[in-house]
Design a protein around this ligand. Structure first.
Ligand code: SF4
Length: 456
């Protein structure tokens, strides 16, 4: 009987896609997906260390597995992958919340997973492999995609920017670009397998330069993916503001398949704090970029990442953040309380001087303000008709299915009783009737069925 695996994923889209790749590798090695942890012979925990809270989840999970082992005697092989594995290496084996770790595998060693599992099965000692690897190619068609509508396609791995708060350059390594031909092959393969939306991933996705064609920049990749037959929508994450120039703005404006949404991380609204963060852009430059984007694409939706409580952030700096959020009017925002991350400049050279209580007060205030902004923006959509790519028919609740607009807003709408599956991957015109801070509700325009309409 085939052995079974379970992959648990914490963190960003990059990690989600790494898990899809690991699943494909294990499938090829003869493993099968397990229903749950009790059924699994191998559990891979794909970790995130971008925030302290995310890292803690690994130790909590290891504790749960220990309890499960004590209660049931079930002892699957446990592999820790992802950013915590890369960051801690063999040191991780000393801090396991009482649970044995069999494999520690770094972010650049995914392809070694089947070999490490095989070795760990035969050895009483843990396997640790966190060595760097420059090769960012991956066998075509190997990833076991978890989402039937959206396909993640990595175009850059790693980052050279070393923002003062960020652990990514230490866990994901130096920036490495994927070959343009490999990217396009993977896009075609994803479309052939039924995916309709392509999400291009890179730590600084708009820094792309093709190693196999130095003339090819990120705007060119967008244009070439736009031309792949069957692609309905293209998204990308995340561009860095300082590399967002006219070519990118014009590509988003002019290419019909590229969604009119840009996630533009800013991290703070205070130039003083941006400088301390080593972000290499000021508040004024960022706002000027937003102005240029909106001039070119008036209906674009913007989203961002924000950190509150960075060392040295005063009440006045925080007010600058709030005022920037109000000025830009983001459609959504990921906001976090600062926590020092291992190896980073901020953790080594700056004192974490904003109290936890103050960080909490600031993030609560910021999120409340953002919630009001989102509600205001969403209310403007009431009475209009939007085109929704249905991506969660399988998670239908209360007779509703949902999808996203080109601006990345979630829209829920009811469908007649019966099998919702045929709606998946369809682009449907939905008349908006009601707005909430996080999503919209509406009704499919008359005459539409699970057959939907083509295009975005
Ligand atoms: S650009 Fe800065 S925040 Fe983004 S991954 Fe690189 S170091 Fe981290």
């Amino acid at each position: 009987m085939a052995k079974k695996y379970l992959i648990e994923t914490f963190g960003c889209q990059m990690n989600v896609h790494d898990s899809e790749r690991m699943a494909g590798l294990l499938d090829q090695a003869g493993y099968e997906p397990a229903g749950d942890e009790r059924d699994a012979d191998l559990i891979v925990i794909n970790t995130c260390s971008v925030r302290e809270h995310a890292e803690d989840k690994l130790y909590t999970r290891l504790g749960e597995l220990r309890v499960l082992g004590e209660e049931t005697g079930h002892r699957p092989l446990v592999a820790v992958a992802g950013c915590v594995a890369q960051q801690e290496g063999a040191a991780l084996l000393r801090n396991t919340n009482g649970h044995v770790i069999d494999i520690v595998m770094g972010t650049q060693r995914l392809r070694m997973l089947p070999a490490l599992v095989e070795r760990a099965e035969r050895s009483p000692f843990p396997e640790v492999d966190i060595s760097p690897m420059d090769d960012v190619s991956f066998p075509l068609g190997m990833a076991r995609r978890a989402d039937p509508v959206k396909a993640y396609v990595t175009i850059i791995e790693g980052c050279n920017d070393y923002c003062a708060f960020c652990v990514v350059p230490y866990t994901r390594g130096r920036e490495r670009m994927r070959r343009r031909a490999d990217i396009l092959d993977e896009v075609r393969q994803a479309v052939d397998s039924g995916c309709r939306e392509i999400q291009l991933l890179g730590q600084i996705v708009n820094h792309y330069r093709a190693p196999d064609d130095p003339q090819c920049d990120f705007a060119q990749v967008l244009a070439e993916v736009n031309d792949v037959p069957g692609v309905q929508r293209i998204r990308f994450a995340s561009p860095h503001p300082r590399h967002a120039g006219t070519r990118l703005i014009e590509a988003v404006r002019d290419l019909p398949r590229v969604c009119k949404h840009m996630h533009l991380p800013v991290q703070s609204g205070s130039t003083r704090i941006l400088e301390a963060m080593r972000r290499r852009h000021t508040r004024e430059e960022y706002l000027d970029l937003v102005r240029r984007i909106r001039e070119a694409i008036p209906d674009i939706a913007l989203s961002t990442d924000m950190i509150v409580g960075f060392p040295g952030e005063t009440a006045a700096d925080f007010e600058q953040t709030v005022s920037l959020v109000e000025q830009v009017g983001y459609h959504s925002m990921f906001s976090f309380k600062y926590s020092p991350r291992p190896n980073t400049l901020a953790s080594k050279r700056m004192t974490d001087e904003v109290s936890e209580a103050e960080k909490t007060a600031r993030i609560v205030a910021l999120q409340a303000r953002q919630r009001d902004i989102q509600l205001r923006l969403h209310e403007r959509a009431v009475g209009t008709t939007v085109h929704v790519l249905v991506d969660s028919a399988g998670r239908r609740r209360d007779g509703e299915i949902s999808g996203r607009t080109t601006g990345n807003t979630v829209v829920n709408f009811p469908v007649p009783a019966g099998e919702p599956g045929p709606w998946m991957g369809r682009t449907v015109a939905v008349g908006i009737r009601r707005a909430g801070p996080n999503s919209l509700w509406g009704e499919a325009a008359a005459g539409q069925t699970g057959g939907g309409v083509a295009g975005a």
